[in-house]
Write a protein that binds this ligand. Sequence first.
Ligand code: UDP
Ligand code: MG
Length: 364
Amino acid sequence: MPVNSATAGRPLIDVVMPAYNEEASLPRVIETLFAELGSLPYRFELILVDDGSSDGTAAVVRRYQAHYPITLVSLTRNFGKETALLAGLDHARGDATVIMDADLQHPVALIEQFVAHWEQGYECVYGVKQNRAGESLPKRVLTRLFYLGLNRGSGIEIPPNALDFRLLDRAVVHALCSLRERVRFTKGLYAWLGFRSVGVPFVPPPRQGGSSHFNGRALARLGWDGLTSFSDLPLKLAGIVGSLVSAASLAYAFWIAVRTLLFGVDVPGWATLTVAMTFLGGLQILFLGIMGQYVRNVFIETKHRPNYLVRELRRPEPGAATGTPERNAEPTEAAAMSNQSGEQARKLDAASAAKSKSGKIAAA
Ligand code: UDP
Ligand code: MG
């Protein structure tokens, strides 16, 4: 929505959108977004995070920057959606921030309801997937089991069908950006933060253009990261299963002793031995693997690498915000290191904006 004298002074709402190879759907997403938000009594700014796309995602965004207030944050490579979200939030400066996907699966029309809840005092408003009818039975069962395990083992309540389509008050954004962990499961982080939250149910439409980046493997990876960064249930389960197996082998040993005393030695039980050995061997390796996962998380965190790296940061020029396509900015910043807090990111941004020259850019 263009900023003009009528909208100046209104609360600013940022829309953070991570995009990875979304050139097909972006034009429609951007146009729908600003067309629908234009009627609301707020100022909106889109913060688009190009998560290392190999297609023309960034070029599409640059083109639209001439017409709409859009900030482009280009990461140096694909860091994954959870990290791309953090990069976007680090650059948010609004009174509230909406986060949504770049494929119109998160209906823009719902933002008005989100904002209404925010005005009522909710600090976090999230979309809730109303039915999972389009999903296969195994996926639904696994999802349910996952949340059951996660909520049991983490001590926090993560709503099962809550989506990454949210409105966060400035205070929530600030708090979320202060959590710099690298093994990120953002849905768990919202729950950990607390704040007054409310869900808004809706039925997500199918994807507009492109295809989902979360196949079975990527989902399993995210789920496992979520479990091992929020819950010690896998470790506890390993302990419980280990004790049960030990108890069973003790009982078995006792039974063999009694049987030998009563009936003497019969044919040596090589089959039993082999089964027991392989079973126990497998169990040990499995539990080592589970422990290894927690060691991996510690390993990743102790390296203290930045969460992500920014190749290019382009803030909208005031001219672009008024809808004047001729005026725009050159790239304002190259490769800024970004494991700083949101506050630091904002300072860095201000400094680089001061350095930047204004001029013309070729619309890509
Ligand atoms: N995404 C991203 N980085 C990635 C994968 C996905 O920024 O490595 C973005 C993607 O462009 C989209 C959002 O995350 O805006 C959700 O991805 P997708 O639609 O593929 O997931 P699904 O809706 O199938 O869960
Ligand atoms: Mg999607």
